[in-house]
Write a protein that binds this ligand. Structure first.
Ligand SMILES: NC(=O)c1ccc[n+]([C@@H]2O[C@H](COP(=O)([O-])OP(=O)(O)OC[C@H]3O[C@@H](n4cnc5c(N)ncnc54)[C@H](OP(=O)(O)O)[C@@H]3O)[C@@H](O)[C@H]2O)c1
Ligand SMILES: [Zn+2]
Length: 357
């Protein structure tokens, strides 16, 4: 007999959560592929705990596959198989009541209540080897094993699996205490490299684009801009660069057009004057965008959020000279991609040497 094991796993390594509802880890496309794979088998097996927790019907969904089976004189659904030691199996489970299939229950106890719905095969300790042998005797040539974990272990540890199909949903994690699924990112849109190391299957997902080179390039421009500032005792010399999605670049520096303007404001004002679209744009500032201001009502952090910038990079965290800055944290809390590039921090400190003396 050929035995196929199939399982789906979340990014944090779970096969189910703790909620009473059935958790679907597979994407619709993966689920469709699992349904397609079922059609290449004669029987489908899941553990008794999966039946109790998920109450699956385990049907053949493809009408064409059902028709082909009927043509061969078989019942349209795959033969359904389960294994139990406790015997706790309710005959009203969908496994027994839905579809048109033969049913086998491997059990260590007598189960007269299942007599009407299944053939119960008694055994003191059902092993994978015994299950395969008994099913072969009943004409099963290809078995699809769909979990759960204990049943997969049973077949793997006894060397009774020919194929293992392991589907990982990299975007799905479970909530605290395994309570329900969370989706962290849009997996189909992300690049992925697959490799193998010593028999381990490794998927490397690029969750965020690598912006390091652009960050450094535009931050250098921002630092150059900051050097044009006239040093003053009450504010930092900062340079900022706005880069829009279509690649337009706008620079600004502290006090460039007004004695109360920060560098970010100056760069944003130039971009707006040119009719640029700022939603989704990037802003590079030699220093962390401010989060609190004495001289104006809106901080640069608020300005960046109001215009919908998607990406912020800066070289130096604002020192606690004037106020305690929460710019980077506030932007991150609002979902902005914030990058700190300390490579240029020394140059920013040098441009503000008048404040450190
Ligand atoms: N992500 C996936 O791909 C996937 C697939 C299927 C299931 N699941 C999840 O997996 C969970 C269930 O997994 P699980 O590991 O707890 O249980 P399971 O593998 O579904 O079933 C284990 C049960 O099978 C019976 N059993 C196993 N080996 C046996 C043996 N040698 N002799 C007699 N009986 C045996 C026992 O039933 P008794 O307790 O009745 O004695 C045992 O409790 C569910 O939450 C389900 O949602 C996930
Ligand atoms: Zn500011």
């Amino acid at each position: 007999m050929l035995v196929t094991l199939s399982a789906a796993v979340t990014a944090d390594g779970y096969m189910d959560d703790n909620t009473p509802e059935r958790l679907t880890i597979s994407t619709p496309e993966d689920m469709a592929e699992v349904y397609r794979l079922r059609t290449g088998h004669d029987a489908i097996l899941v553990g008794a705990e999966t039946l109790r927790r998920d109450n699956p019907a385990l049907l053949l969904r493809d009408p064409e596959a059902r028709r082909r089976r009927a043509e061969r004189g078989l019942r349209p659904d795959l033969t359904k198989v389960t294994v139990t030691a406790s015997g706790k199996l309710d005959p009203s489970l969908r496994f027994f009541t839905e579809g048109d299939a033969e049913h086998y229950v491997f059990s260590t106890v007598r189960l007269p209540e299942l007599d009407r719905v299944a053939t119960v095969i008694r055994s003191d300790a059902p092993s994978a080897r015994a299950i395969v042998t008994e099913l072969e005797k009943r004409g099963i040539r290809r078995l699809f094993v769909e979990g759960g974990a204990r049943i997969l272990r049973l077949f793997l540890e006894e060397g009774m699996a020919d194929t293992l199909r392991l589907a990982v949903n990299p975007a799905m994690t479970l909530g605290e205490g395994r309570g329900g699924a969370h989706f962290a990112f849009d997996a189909p849109g992300k690049p992925c490299i697959r490799s193998r190391f010593g028999g381990m299957e490794v998927s490397t997902w690029q969750l965020k684009p690598d912006t390091a080179a652009d960050d450094l390039r535009f931050l250098r421009m921002a630092v150059d801009e900051s050097r044009k500032c006239v040093p003053c005792a009450t504010s930092y010399c900062v340079g900022a660069v706005v880069v829009t999605s279509d690649g337009s670049v706008f620079t600004g520096r502290t006090h460039e057009t007004s004695a109360t303007h920060h560098a970010e404001q100056e760069a944003v004002a130039k971009a707006l004057a040119a009719g640029a679209r700022l939603r989704g744009a990037s802003i590079y500032s030699s220093m962390e965008p401010c989060s609190k201001r004495a001289s104006e009502p809106e901080s640069c952090t608020e300005l960046i959020l109001r215009h919908g910038f998607a990406h912020v990079a800066f070289a130096l965290y604002e020192p606690d000279c004037f106020v305690a800055c929460r710019g980077a944290l506030t932007l991150r809390e609002s979902g902005v991609d914030v990058r700190h590039c300390p490579e240029l921090a020394g140059e920013v400190r040098a441009a503000n040497a008048h404040l450190w003396r």
